[in-house]
Design a protein around this ligand. Sequence first.
Ligand SMILES: [Ca+2]
Ligand SMILES: [Ca+2]
Length: 502
Amino acid sequence: MKKWLCVLLSVLLLAGILPARAEETDAFNWYEIFVYSFQDSDGDGIGDLNGVRQRLDYIADMGFDGIWLMPIMPSPSYHKYDVTDYYQVDPLYGTVDDLKALAAECHERGIRLILDLVVNHSSSQHPWFLEAVNALRKGDTENPYIDYYCFSREPGAKTVPVSGTEWYYEEQFSGGGMPDLNLASPAVLEEIRKIMDFWMTECGVDGFRLDAVTSFFAGDIEANIQCLHTLKEMAEAIKSGSYLVGEAWTSLPEIARYYESGADSFFLFPASQAEGYIAQVFRSMKPGTAYASYLKQVEDALPDKVWAPFLSNHDTGRTVGVMQARSNLPKLKFAHALLNLMGGNTFTYYGEEIGMAGSGADPNKRTAMYWNDGDMTQNPPGVTKAEYPYPSVDEQLADPDSLLNYIRAINLLKKQFPAIARGEHETVLADKELCFLGREWQGKTIYIAVNFSASDALSLTLPEEAADASLLGELDAAGGACQMENGVLTLPPYGVAVLGNP
Ligand SMILES: [Ca+2]
Ligand SMILES: [Ca+2]
């Protein structure tokens, strides 16, 4: 670049006219996609990578700035959490070139793209495993692939016999088709490094969602943390600013320990599902106090960390059921607001933005995206129930009061005020049905006021530190509007106000 242009750009950056590079690549509104059920591009009825690419304008317009694709590598299963080739795209979904094109078009829209990386186990059809088993059957215990898996001569609680031998192999996830990889093996770690290098360097992806990290070394959290530390170092050496988010399906104190690995984020499981923070807030007699208390617990456990809250994912019941909100649109909207106002990197599972239902058997949680009655994929095998309590994407796009447009407004508000996602949290006031929260970021504080009442407007005199703040944005889940008069803020039922000095 010409020197004068560098100087000009630096001046513009300093003057705040151009966004800083770090902000450009930062993403906090993530969207989880099950490719099979999202969008078909070639008429076979099954979603594919080119289908995702066709929907990028929709995803970007919704204010999502990150995409997590559930597994796309070749696999004998419909869910693809058992990989047979770590360097290919399953032909059902397309090709490696399709993935490259998708990554490039994501980046054109300022969207980061991460892939599901499943390395706790492979498929039992993976050539590594086939060769290892073959060698054991021949009595060739020197074969290097034997060390890729956890073989032993002793049966255990999570072992499967290797037929025709006296050996067993470890398998944390039942069924006989997903042997656990030996992550203590330097050769396996080097394989994982090469796999990450391929997808990030060759294909342009920005990082990975790491599946099942608590099972890496089952029951040994220290070993899991060490392994994740190694993976993060590898990822960072391949691509500076890579993003790794781990699936540690466990308690808050254990999740806090996992951050010692240096991996960027871990999903905040305690916020999700029927017993999680958000659902508990709705059950509480003092929802304002309860919400502030959960936020403080998270902040105290994970200081300066980027947590990754979500309401539902492909393994859990969908939010509309969890919140019992099939005929309570304001409640469903407000649940999504409370999730997003937690800060960090929020993950929204596809279809949540239109209130899709799904519970029970896994396939029922992974049904076809409801774009409109004429434009849907087929459902994955095993679906016994596909329910859509709320209208299609196309109908909700046209309705300013829809759930979809409410979630879009949340995402855009967060992009407008990064302090919501990135700021340091402070509870200024927490009352039975009111919260007044501060978020300090880059030397400025914004305030978030929340009315937890489903039926009543509530007023509060702005606390002293926020006395000069003006209303910058709002979210009204139940209709109505926020009002500011003589330092008194009035919030409609389920109302959220963002205040500060512009
Ligand atoms: Ca297709
Ligand atoms: Ca394991």
